[in-house]
Write a protein that binds this ligand. Structure first.
Ligand code: FES
Length: 114
């Protein structure tokens, strides 16, 4: 069982406990709660759904690592610096911009902000 906390209205501070479902993205989860995250392509190509994901607790890092395509889209959307984009070392994944349509929700405890 994972927990997602959204930090924007009307869900400020509300913990949303969920059972991870294979392939269920953060965008899917928000939609199921009638929480409108902005999205356009829903396919990881436009960057419109970028959200900041902070991982809480001991796990400390997003299970799903930032891939090259997502990294490129986030860079083009201005969410990653040039240094982060070019670095061979993965950026600090305990607090990182991610694409809500690509971030598969796991059994982690996360906070999501726009
Ligand atoms: S909606 Fe386009 S990248 Fe997520």
């Amino acid at each position: 069982m994972g927990t997602v906390t959204f930090l924007d209205p009307p869900f400020i501070g509300q913990n949303v406990a969920h059972t991870a479902i294979y392939g269920y993205t953060l965008l899917n989860l928000a939609g199921s709660l009638k929480h409108r995250l902005y999205a356009e392509c829903r396919a990881g190509r436009c960057g419109a759904c970028a959200v900041k994901v902070m991982v809480l607790g001991e796990r400390g890092a997003c299970k799903m690592q930032l891939g090259e395509i997502e990294k490129s889209i986030l860079y083009q959307a201005g969410k990653l610096s040039r240094e982060q984009y070019r670095s061979e070392t993965p950026p600090d994944s305990s607090s990182l911009w991610r694409l809500a349509c690509q971030y598969v929700v796991g059994n982690e405890e996360i906070v999501v902000a726009l």
